[in-house]
Design a binder for this molecule. Structure first.
Ligand code: ADP
Ligand code: F6P
Length: 323
């Protein structure tokens, strides 16, 4: 059985809507299973500065519907050094923390692996709007971010249509096109550009605009993932090459905020509870994941060695329905 008495919880890397719901689930499930819980503020920084406090059932009241993370999040350079990792593990021991639950992305899970080598038991929970954790079909925050992007692009469509313009919209996704391709389908974009696929401005953008223009189309929506190109530059090029009045819009960090959707709250609860059940069963150094709508878990090292392809079916759908 488990030798763990106290669990620490932290959020790390970019924030995502639903991180609060995940913290709440971890805290409540831990206490339900007889563990003590400590909150660690500002990601791995909090382990180095000992920004650590006792949590109880009421510490996580009134957060289920809030975006952001009540524990704050950060990127921590010092923790990427062997000295930083040794100090963090030492501070865990000093504060009585036997196991850590880390809610974050790939980078944060690499941090888990590092601290696990110093004997601290770890569980990772995927929280990022990018949906780019290879071992999981879904990451907490993705659904909310998609809906935020969709709502904003719907508004943009109104004015694009009124002025008979072309709009180029840049959505988040430094390395992944999940937000771009899904919002592209949901908002009826003519072209979606993603980092996973090479593209050519003349063949993939200008030619598509001209073809549809010849058929009578008057307004055009192009979606680009930030890792595939810059909206303002693409807009300029379109205007130059087609003469179309074109605007570029960068949606930016607004996509990371807002009240989490139903899906993000429920998945956060499922993943948080699963993380604690693993620790209760004496299983650790795992990443919680979703596969085919079921909550599963993988060894951290294995999870980090996996590769995830952008679903070619989605890319195909985006192309067909934009015809
Ligand atoms: P995300 O978790 O969203 O991918 P980052 O890549 O910024 O975000 O990682 C978050 C934090 O995790 C980093 O600031 C750092 O403290 C820690 N981290 C990232 N990569 C490593 C690594 N290779 N070894 C140890 N810690 C890491
Ligand atoms: O959360 C992931 C992400 O949104 C990426 O798509 C984006 O590149 C990155 O975070 C930007 O984060 P920051 O501005 O916090 O560095």
């Amino acid at each position: 059985m488990s030798e763990i008495k106290t669990i620490g919880v932290l959020t790390s890397g970019g924030d995502a809507p639903g991180m609060n719901a995940a913290i709440r689930a971890v805290v409540r499930a831990a206490i339900f299973n007889g563990f003590a819980v400590k909150g660690i503020r500002h990601g791995y920084n909090g382990l180095l500065t000992e920004d650590i406090y006792d949590m109880n059932l009421r510490s996580v009241s009134e957060i289920i519907h809030r975006g952001g993370t009540m524990l704050n999040t950060a990127r921590c350079l010092e923790f990427t050094t062997p000295e930083g990792q040794a100090k963090a593990a030492e501070n865990c021991r000093k504060n009585g923390i036997d196991a850590l639950v880390v809610i974050g992305g790939d980078g944060s899970f690499r941090g888990c692996m590092a601290i696990a080598r110093h004997g601290i038991k770890c569980i990772g929970i995927p929280g990022t709007i990018d949906n780019d954790i290879a071992c999981s079909d879904y990451t907490i925050g993705f659904d909310t971010a998609l809906n935020t992007a969709m709502e904003m692009i719907d508004k943009l469509r109104d004015t694009t249509q009124s002025h008979e313009r072309c709009s180029v919209v840049e959505v988040m996704g430094r390395h992944a096109g999940y937000i771009a391709v899904n919002t592209g389908i949901a908002t009826g974009a003519l072209v979606v550009l993603v980092p996973e696929q090479p593209w050519d401005i003349d063949k993939d953008v200008i030619a598509r605009i001209k073809e549809t223009q010849a058929e009578g189309k008057k307004n055009f929506l192009i979606i680009v993932a930030e890792g595939a190109g810059k909206a303002l530059k693409i807009a300029e090029e379109i205007e130059q090459k087609t003469g179309l009045d074109t605007r570029g819009t960068v949606l930016g960090h607004v996509q990371r905020g807002g009240s989490p959707s139903m899906r993000d709250r429920v998945v956060a609860a499922q993943m948080g509870v699963h993380a604690i059940e693993l620790l209760q069963a004496g299983i650790f150094n795992r990443v919680v994941a979703m596969k085919n709508d079921t909550i599963v878990d993988y060894d951290i090292e294995e999870a980090l060695s996996m590769h995830k392809e952008l679903d070619p079916m989605l890319i195909g759908v985006a192309k067909v329905v934009s015809i």
